[in-house]
Design a protein around this ligand. Structure first.
Ligand code: EPS
Length: 390
């Protein structure tokens, strides 16, 4: 299963085409819209989210609510487009009074995009480098999520840090989902703890007053996976690499850790690896989940635990110094309407990316044509794994 997206932030729409989708998978527009709404939410978002009401339109690949096994085309309209029809016109000349963006923001793709594409307007870059594109990713991954749900896999995310405010997670073993999903979904920053939520919101308020921005950390947790997804034999099948790559493809993601993450470098081997036991019924499992559900590039069957760090958004209301690309004189970087903090939204986008990689890993292992054969293959594999451990 693969996807490609098209669309500018202030163009008419964002589009995603998902190919390699098996036939017979039930798709719910409502579910995709719920994920789109989760991506739009979060304390610290900017004015754009007041304009948009992201909803999906499915244009191909689905009939009577089920996939046909053909490419699925999904579209999310940009409501803001109507305010940009002249400045973002697809054809015709630029308006006489068009104000080009000539002061690239440090930390954004502006400057290097201008150099790379030989343009004199940072808008040509920022329209696509904008995290608005992630709405198309979330829509596309709706297909992957439906697939995973239909084989018993659930994908969650929560925020564990905003700036210097960290959720105290002492004592969590990650052998199961450590929080109640409702506590996550009802927090304005996707943090399952009320006191931490309040502190994070205060930190965002302070950053806004200071005309600054904040990054943070979030976790994605996936439950219900079969062991042995991915592979150890080829670089392109190691899930650690595929998941890491997918997460690093999200704008502003600067770090990804699995399980105890960088702590592996500090601890002795006996405090890093997870001892193997065989339970009846159930089969092979582990007493700890420090590896975060991946060993040798494959799933262990325990929850997948991934932590990612997001940098603060580079659009600052108290801008950093830059150089004007017309005059080559020092100037302040451009100020665009933007978010103070988008960590909760990035967590939802990360769920989407992780879901896509895992859905593809299932299809690689269990076949791609139709849901009946795939479900049968998973059932028989689960049975074999159980029998092996008797
Ligand atoms: C975003 C839409 C954008 C930004 C933000 C994310 O809308 P606008 O540029 O019209 O305000 O709010 O984009 C960025 C953070 C960025 O760096 O470009 C969205 O829908 O997620």
């Amino acid at each position: 299963m693969r996807y490609v997206t098209g669309g500018e932030s202030h163009g008419p729409a964002l589009t995603a085409i998902v190919s390699g989708v098996p036939a017979g998978l039930e798709i719910s527009e409502k579910q995709i819209n719920a994920d789109l709404a989760r991506r739009q939410s979060g304390y610290g978002r900017g004015g754009r989210q007041q304009i948009e009401r992201d909803t999906v339109r499915v244009l191909s690949g689905v009939r009577f609510g089920k996939t046909l096994g053909t490419p699925v085309t999904l579209q999310v309209a940009n409501r803001d487009w109507e305010n940009w029809t002249d400045r973002m016109a697809v054809f015709g000349d630029a308006p006489e009074d068009l104000k080009r963006e000539t002061t690239p923001r440090p930390g954004h793709a502006d400057l290097l995009g201008v150099i790379k594409t030989d343009t004199d307007d940072c808008r040509n870059i920022l329209e696509r480098a904008s995290a608005r594109e992630t709405a198309a990713r979330v829509a596309a991954s709706g297909i992957a999520r439906e697939f995973l749900a239909s084989v018993g896999v659930e994908v969650y995310s929560y925020v564990r840090r905003i700036g210097s405010v960290e959720l105290d997670e002492g004592g969590k073993d990650f052998l199961t989902l450590p929080y109640n999903p409702l506590d996550i979904e009802t927090s304005e920053v996707r943090c399952p703890d009320e006191a931490a939520t309040a502190s994070m919101k205060r930190a965002i308020d302070r950053a806004r007053q200071d005309r600054n921005t904040l990054g943070g950390e979030f976790r994605v947790i996936v439950t219900g996976l079969v062991p042995g997804l991915g592979g150890y034999a080829e670089r392109g099948e190691r899930l650690t690499a595929l998941l890491g790559g997918a997460l690093f493809s999200i704008p502003a993601i600067k770090g990804v850790e699995f399980g105890i993450g960088f702590d592996v470098a500090k601890r002795p081997g006996s405090d890093v690896h997870d001892e193997i036991v065989c339970e009846q019924p159930g089969g092979f499992t582990r007493t700890t989940n420090r590896a975060g559900g991946l060993e040798g590039g494959m799933t262990t069957g325990l929850p997948l635990v991934i932590t990612a760090a997001m940098k603060p958004i580079p659009t600052l209301m108290r801008p950093l110094k830059t150089v004007n690309i017309d005059t080559l004189e020092p100037e302040e970087a451009s100020k665009e309407r933007s978010d103070v903090c988008a960590v909760p939204a990035a967590a939802v986008v990360a769920e989407a990316e992780v879901a896509f990689v895992l859905a593809e890993a299932y299809l690689e292992k269990f076949g791609r044509d139709n849901m009946t054969d795939i479900r049968a293959a998973i059932k028989s594999y689960r049975q074999r794994v159980k029998t092996m451990s008797r």
